[in-house]
Design a protein around this ligand. Sequence first.
Ligand SMILES: C[S@@+](CC[C@H](N)C(=O)[O-])C[C@H]1O[C@@H](n2cnc3c(N)ncnc32)[C@H](O)[C@@H]1O
Length: 285
Amino acid sequence: MRTSDRLLAAANFDALISGSDLPRLEARALLEHASGRSREWLIAHGDEAPGADSAARFAELAQRRRAGEPLAYLVGEREFHGRCFKVDPAVLIPRPETELLVDLVVQAARADATLLELGTGSGCIAVTLACLRSDLHILATDTSEQALATASSNAARLCPKALAAARLQFRAGDWWSAVNSGERFDLIVSNPPYIAAADPHLAQGDLRFEPANALASGDDGLDALRVICAGAPLRLRAAGMLFLEHGFEQGAVVRALLGAACFEQISTLQDAAGLDRVTTGRLPA
Ligand SMILES: C[S@@+](CC[C@H](N)C(=O)[O-])C[C@H]1O[C@@H](n2cnc3c(N)ncnc32)[C@H](O)[C@@H]1O
């Protein structure tokens, strides 16, 4: 019997999970989504019969997951820095290594600092910062209107006060063109696309389903990082800081780009896996 037919005939919730040909945790997450039941409820009521609608929804989601669609897109959410962000195929799925960028900015930002995020995607960086630091004034940009709609809805749910007080604002535009000529910031943060356009990983795993614009950046993956590094000194105040996420093999080249843009105190920090992940620099005072 085909897996989908087996699922449609499943006698109870446990049989849906065990018959899905998926890792148990993934199957349970899809079943929570398909049935509207909590994880705890499904554990306590695993021997109960699912409704026909729930079983059909689960069978369809399980089939798409087996075909490779990311779990986060199928359930429409992903946790980042302890908060649940809505995600859809217009935005990059937030990565745990990006939490380092947030932690570094929280530590470095003085009270009432102004902050620019370039390429906000789901809004996971800007919204988390607005939640953690109610004193910051944050402008988050992206070239994708669809991504900005997703980021705005995450902000409306997770930090409505920051939106209402205009402490968190979103704006569309291509890198620096989103910034008005007179605007200056104390801090600039970005997790830009940084994969080489011909990198075979783009055709594998979850990356196949994520927006190309969020992943790839030119022949060597450095186009966006070059534009951001070169333009940052014009938009930062004296002693302002730039925080950039990048690929684990790009630390040296990003340090060189920051040096060429006259940044000082340049350093690269490692993620939880011990890989170069974030490079920071400060403008002279
Ligand atoms: C790697 S994703 C990061 C998303 C989010 N900040 C995160 O960390 O999960 C890069 C983001 O940059 C945006 N982007 C790509 N090209 C851009 C451009 N020319 N100007 C502004 N944003 C751009 C993409 O739409 C995408 O949302």
